[in-house]
Design a protein around this ligand. Structure first.
Ligand code: ATP
Ligand code: MG
Length: 392
């Protein structure tokens, strides 16, 4: 029954001169997302809004599912078209619309009219009054409240009639690609996919890096990370996933350094490599799924030590979140079920029984001196053997 959608956006409306950049990014993302949906769509930008016209048969649920994952959209309004705007057919069309969408429900409403066709015989206020009276007459359970209505029914008269009243909540945020690019450290856990989602929501394009430790970690663990990246990409768009073979570096640290410092030193080398890959791939920041105090490597002192190796900003969008809050988001975005699959991660394999919880930077740096002989070569080898998978 819906042959068009009106796309509402808020935050991008306040960007002054840059507004068109945001609107174009949003329009292009909508176009791209709808390419994957069965059906033919025409997406246009006009007068501070985006319209989607449906030109063929299509799958409504799939269309809404795709649109609700696009950052920058605050609401999606399904629109019914009325071919003939002559008054009797316009009222009949609106009446039909109300019957189909609301049946005989009781609620307060208000008609809002917009006239694109200035020669139309009725003015906008007249359309509101006459249409409101017609609807009240046909639907005795509905009452007019012009100040605080439960439902606003918009009737637009242009070359056709357009009627809409439903607002399906969008993903909010800003269109991806309008706020730079970040390198996400993506593990197979619950947290990092959520961190990626949250940063992408602010309009940031993502690359991702995964540190793999074969044969200690299985092919299935790698596949799990690919699957997580695919799910995040439904929101963020294309992700270049860089897979680093971290085994030799891990083994070397294991061999040379105190075991209770293993995790923290390992994390520092991950950050160094991630920063290198960020530079190479034009990313302006790093993103992790860390949250203060969640595990030994995420105490304040540990975060200080991890951070010390980076010059790029490291964004940790989950820093103040409790685990349950993170789980709630991961369930909402569809990564939870994959995240909890029980495959070994490179961090869990070499983990010490009693890791330091209050590492001191100077001591960690001193321990790392023991790696002097081979670490540069191992880092270079790891970087040179990166496998990049394009997730789209
Ligand atoms: P997650 O649930 O995301 O795995 P975690 O609670 O297990 O996080 P850690 O293992 O301490 O926490 O890792 C902290 C962060 O470091 C992760 O959120 C992720 O950003 C990054 N990280 C950890 N392991 C890897 C890895 N193997 N590859 C890429 N990034 C990683
Ligand atoms: Mg982890």
């Amino acid at each position: 029954m819906y042959k068009a959608f009106l796309i509402k956006y808020a935050e991008i409306g306040i960007k002054g001169k840059n507004r068109y950049v945001f609107e174009n990014a949003l329009r292009d993302q909508i176009k791209k997302a709808l390419e994957e949906v069965e059906g033919t769509f025409n997406v246009t930008k006009e007068q501070g809004r985006i319209y989607i016209e449906v030109l063929s048969d299509y799958d409504y649920d799939e269309t809404i599912d795709r649109l609700t994952k696009i950052f920058g959209i605050t609401a999606i309004c399904p629109v019914v078209l009325i071919e003939d705007t002559e008054w009797d057919s316009l009222t009949a069309g609106v009446e039909n619309y109300v019957r189909k969408v609301y049946g005989d429900k009781a609620f307060t409403f208000k008609i809002e009219a917009k006239r694109g066709d200035k020669n139309y015989p009725l003015t906008s206020p007249q359309i509101c009054i006459e249409m409101g009276a017609h609807i009240v007459d046909k639907f005795p359970n509905m009452t007019v409240d012009i100040h605080n209505p439960e439902v606003r029914i918009t009737v637009e008269v242009r070359n056709k009639g357009y009627v809409y009243s439903e607002n399906i909540p969008g993903a909010n945020g800003m269109p991806v690609g309008t706020n730079g690019k970040a390198m996400l450290l993506l593990s197979g856990g619950i947290d990092s996919p959520v961190a990626g989602y949250m940063i992408a929501k602010r309009g940031v394009k993502l690359d991702a890096v995964y540190f793999n430790a074969p044969p200690y970690t299985s092919e299935r663990a790698k596949q799990k990370v690919i699957d997580l990246a695919k799910q995040v990409a439904k929101y963020s768009g294309k992700i270049d996933l860089h897979i680093v073979n971290f085994t030799d570096i891990q083994m070397y640290i294991y061999e040379k350094c105190p075991h209770e410092e293993l995790t923290i030193i390992m994390r520092r080398y991950m950050m160094k490599i991630a920063e290198y890959l960020a530079g190479k791939n034009v990313c302006q920041s790093l993103v992790t799924g860390e949250s203060i105090g969640q595990v030994a490597s995420q105490t304040m002192q540990s975060l200080v030590c991890t951070n010390a190796v980076c010059t790029l900003p490291v964004f940790r969008p989950l820093i103040g979140f409790d685990k349950q809050e993170i789980i709630d988001i991961s369930q909402k975005i569809g990564t939870f079920e994959t995240s909890i699959l029980p495959y070994e991660d490179c961090c869990t394999i070499f983990v010490a029984k009693h890791p330091v919880t209050k590492p001191i930077l100077s001591m960690i740096e001193k321990s790392e001196l023991k790696l002097a002989e081979d670490i540069d070569r191992l880092m270079e080898e790891a970087i040179n053997s990166v496998e990049t998978i394009v997730i789209d």
